[in-house]
Design a protein around this ligand. Structure first.
Ligand code: NAD
Length: 357
């Protein structure tokens, strides 16, 4: 069965979705809609599909929809699609508030439709490698999990859309830009238990934060830092730094830049995790087979088209095979809970905020 996709929201990211759908066997782009008719028209013309005049009209013509509107509208529009019996791909973050996002996730389960939320970096091989190392016990007992997204955005970027940098529809550097690597670190470590945060609106005329730090306690006992900024000219590749009792791994721009495991570490089953036998590993296995993927560090339009394709392809297969997609709605709630906790702590003088499991 060919899955007919619609795309709602024809701004910066929609082309990545349209291109990806066009490359996936078993899927076809069937229509687009934007509240600004000229944008729907231009997208319809570019991709050779019908530009719908309303969201309802688009929903009637498709089996699945990609929600590419401002973040604070995600749950609202996705819920409409779910209630119309459509499968839904939601751009990140699932929403800017946990409550409507949770409602959406439950509604999708109740309706028996598939829901995924874009978190394309989970499809990067080196990030999965680090997650496997932590989750299998290969790195030993987890000690440190740090995530840095030191990016740069101009004021013109924020001025390019009335929703950008607002609390209601966007959030700041953490919710919009750092959400990617916040999801990576919480996924790698297996969840966040508590945060203490400090945040500022330091260099842009926006409501939300443009620089923030959070001290993090992970559920696995490790501690670390989550950092996110759009004030760090000229913008640096995002980094993950993870250490356990057996060694450390560092990812920069989705590439494993450093991996060293202690050759004297016991080869017994790990004292942490699933008791997996530690694999014999050479002393230094630093992988430096190319530059880090600079991605969106200083250019919001430099996005990872291939990773989007992989995620939407997995989603199409999930529909065909009637299984969960690789990233479920429930998975997408986790980074949002972390973000909401960081914001609450930041607004309350860095008070510790715990996250219910
Ligand atoms: N995964 C990634 O790497 C990535 C990259 C960029 C953006 N995004 C996400 O994609 C979403 C959109 O971002 P963008 O940069 O494309 O924004 P944008 O402002 O360029 O585009 C948003 C579009 O949505 C339209 N829109 C607004 N309200 C609508 C409604 N009710 N119905 C239909 N259309 C409506 C606007 O007219 C606009 O054309 C955001 O949630 C953002 O976080 C993800």
């Amino acid at each position: 069965m060919l899955i007919r996709f619609g795309v709602v929201g024809c701004g910066a990211i929609h082309g990545t979705h349209c291109d990806a759908i066009g490359k996936i066997a078993g899927a076809t782009l069937a229509g687009v809609y934007d509240v600004v008719p000229e944008r729907s028209g231009a997208a319809g013309e570019k991709f050779g599909v019908k530009a719908h005049r309303s969201f309802g009209s688009l929903l009637n013509a498709v089996d699945a929809v990609c929600v590419c509107v401002p973040s604070g509208l995600h749950a609202q529009l996705a819920l409409k699609a779910v209630r119309a019996g459509k499968h839904v791909v939601v751009e990140k973050p699932v929403d800017v508030k946990v409550a409507p996002a949770t409602k959406l996730v439950r509604a999708a389960r109740d309706a028996g439709v598939k829901l995924t939320v874009i978190s394309q970096h989970r499809f990067a091989a080196d990030i999965r490698r680090v997650r496997d190392a932590v989750q299998s016990g290969e790195l030993g007992r987890p000690l440190i999990g740090d995530s840095f997204t030191k990016w740069y955005r101009t004021q013109a970027y924020y001025d390019s859309g009335a929703w950008r940098g607002t609390w209601k529809l966007d959030g700041g550097s953490l919710m919009n830009q750092s959400v990617h690597y916040i999801d990576m670190i919480q996924w790698i470590m297996g969840g966040v238990a508590a945060v203490r945060a400090i945040m500022r609106t330091a260099a842009h005329d926006i409501e939300a934060e443009d620089v923030a730090y959070a001290l993090v306690e992970y559920r696995n006992g490790a501690i670390g830092v989550i950092h996110g900024a759009t004030v760090a000219y000229p913008g640096f590749a995002e980094r993950l730094e993870v250490s356990g009792t057996y060694g450390s791994m560092i990812v920069e721009g989705d590439r494993l830049k450093f991996c060293e495991l202690d050759p004297n570490a016991p080869s017994d089953p790990s004292p942490y995790g699933k008791g997996v036998q530690k694999q014999p590993t050479p002393k230094v296995t630093s992988q430096d087979d190319g530059p880090p993927v600079l991605g969106g560090a200083n250019d919001p339009t430099a996005i990872w088209g291939e990773q989007h394709r992989l995620q939407i392809e997995d989603f199409v297969r999930a529909i065909h095979d009637d299984r969960d997609p690789f990233i479920t709605g429930e998975d997408a709630l986790e980074p949002l809970k972390v973000l909401e906790a960081i914001y609450r702590s930041g607004r309350n003088g860095g008070k510790k905020v715990t996250i219910a499991s």
